[in-house]
Design a protein. Structure first.
Lengths: 377, 177
């Protein structure tokens, strides 16, 4: 190193001295824009370096953003996806809780409205078997449940308790083929036995063909079976047709329409009257009668306010009729070619004298009106 | 090696010995040259073509045979000359720095005591000085100055002739170590 410096010592010193004088010179000299040369040199010398440094910096930042942060964005994307999934599950849980709350609220409302004493139970399991229509509830004999108690929801009947254990109970659903309950139609009070069919529909049996049952009609519990109190909705008729020897009536149970999670066990049932069917169109909103027509209200018409016909033709017909009556003319009675009434006269105006033939010394016909000259602009 | 080459190239230790100048001479002679450059042309216009500071720079650089020493001498003389001129300080400084450096470098190889060498060196460095100054004036100062090659050459011959005489006079003032 020392030998290298000694070897290039002269040229190094020369360059240093020249550089120092250049700096001194540049400090004194000003350009045409009254800027010192040293400033121009400094800017000219520094700017490319700064540009290079800025390019390196921006490149590094871009590389950092494009690669490192992108790499981080992959992780963030994964995290967001996981969070989205978690939020979806949470949303689903909230929806479920909301539905549960609504059901509980409906149950509570029904519980307060119904005169029967009930207990809320939750479905905790189903019975074994492919065609099983049996569920287990989380209330048992310790909660006062007994075999034969009715199980309902605010929408309708669900089933009945077939076995009561200390902490649970087994409920036979209305769709089970072995289920039976007495029902009565809402409109015509047709009695029948509701039976399960093993699928979503039920059959109303023991109804004569002469009994009027219409599709869409509601069936309520009749209270004849000693299980369900009278007046609980059972379902709506979907098919009603004559059968041999009895009528075939199928209905959809109302209590299973929205799924089963919470049910009410009727501990002490109280019969209720079956609600009357609502008359068709009783709830149709009818607008008030329209206000009187403006023309009639102003009294400009000849029969305004006197029950005059609404159309212009009717009013014109009525006017001609009055003119004819004023001139003692009866429409449709004169011979063909008879003189018609003067329609130019008002109804209260007396008829004018008969016109004379022309050229007999009478009054000349009025001259036609002269055309008015056009106005000067 | 011919006799001519033996005479102009340094070969022996005797010929390469360093010649030192008296201390006062290193200060007074350059100042006198600068004062002559500044004062004498006021009375004799023709003498303004003499570049005595340049010739003194070449002489001391050749005498010292040290590039750094010759460079520093040229820098000092040039900066003083700049301070007395209307140009920005540094123009003559840069030019004479380079002249001193190259002159010292040449003095290490040639027998600068030969009058022909001195004449040629005087001519060469005058032309070099004028050309470099012209280039710097155009490049750094942006001055649109012209250069008359023929006049410059004749001025170079004049300064070379003066350099031979001046160097001979200055040789009388130096001391050998």
């Amino acid at each position: 190193m020392d030998s290298l410096l000694n070897r290039y010592r002269n040229i190094t010193v020369l360059l240093l001295v020249i550089f120092a004088q250049l700096v001194l010179l540049a400090y004194q000299v000003k350009s045409n824009q009254d800027v010192r040369l040293i400033r121009i040199w400094a800017v000219t010398g520094v700017t490319p370096v700064a540009r290079i440094i800025e390019g390196l910096r921006s490149g590094a930042v871009r590389l950092l953003e494009d690669y490192v942060l992108l790499h981080d964005s992959v992780g963030e994307n994964r995290r967001l996806k996981a969070e989205l999934g978690r939020l979806k599950m949470e949303n689903q849980q909230l929806k479920s809780e909301l539905e549960t709350a609504e059901r509980v609220k409906a149950l509570s409302l029904f519980q307060t409205r119904t005169p029967s004493r009930t207990a809320v139970a939750r479905i905790i399991g189903t019975g074994t078997g492919a065609n099983s229509r049996v569920v287990f509830v989380d209330r048992g004999s310790s909660s006062g449940l007994m075999k034969g108690m009715a199980v309902v929801t605010p929408d309708g009947i669900v089933g009945k308790v077939i076995a009561a254990y200390p902490i649970t109970a087994q409920v036979l659903l209305v769709t089970d083929p072995t289920f039976a309950a007495g029902v009565i139609s809402q409109k015509h009070r047709v009695h029948g036995i509701l039976k399960g069919l093993g699928h979503s529909s039920c059959l109303v049996d023991y109804v004569q063909n002469e009994e009027p049952v219409e599709p869409g009609e509601w069936f309520y519990t009749s209270g004849d079976d000693g299980v369900f109190p009278k007046g609980l909705p059972a379902g709506t008729v979907t098919v009603s047709r004559p059968g041999n020897p009895l009528k075939q009536i199928y209905l959809v149970p109302a209590g299973l329409g929205h799924g089963l999670e919470e049910v009410l066990i009727i501990l002490e049932g109280v019969h209720q009257p079956i609600p009357e069917p609502q008359a068709a169109g009783s709830e149709v909103q009818l607008l008030p009668p329209p206000p009187p027509d403006q023309f009639q209200a102003a009294g400009s018409g000849p029969q305004a306010g006197a029950g005059a016909p609404g159309t212009e033709a009717d009013r014109l017909r009525e006017r001609y009729k009055q003119i004819g009556e004023a001139q003692n003319h009866k429409f449709g009675e004169g011979p063909p070619g008879a003189k018609p009434p003067d329609f130019n006269l008002q109804p209260g105006q007396p008829p004018a004298s008969q016109p004379r033939p022309s050229g007999s010394g009478g009054q000349p016909p009025p001259a036609p009106p002269k055309p008015q000259p056009p106005p000067n602009p | 090696m011919t006799e001519w080459s033996d005479r102009i190239l340094l070969g022996s230790a005797r010929e390469t010995r360093v010649t030192r100048y008296r201390r006062w001479g290193l200060i007074v002679i350059p100042l006198a040259a600068i004062l002559f450059q500044v004062y004498v042309p006021l009375f004799v216009q023709f003498l303004s073509y003499l570049e005595l500071p340049l010739l003194v720079t070449v002489y001391f650089a050749l005498l010292r045979r040290s590039p750094i020493g010759g460079m520093l001498v040229g820098t000092a003389i040039g900066l003083v000359q700049d301070s007395l001129s209307h140009q920005p300080i540094g123009m003559f400084g840069i030019v004479k720095t380079l002249v001193g450096y190259f002159a010292a470098s040449i003095g290490m190889r040639f027998d600068v005591e030969h009058f022909v060498i001195r004449f040629l060196l005087g001519l060469f460095f005058f032309l070099f000085h004028q050309f470099l100054y012209w280039a710097l004036a155009r490049a750094l100062l942006g001055q649109q100055v012209g250069i008359d090659v023929r006049q410059t050459f004749f001025m170079g011959l004049l300064n070379a002739a003066v350099a031979v005489s001046l160097f001979h006079i200055l040789d009388k003032l130096k001391e050998r170590v």
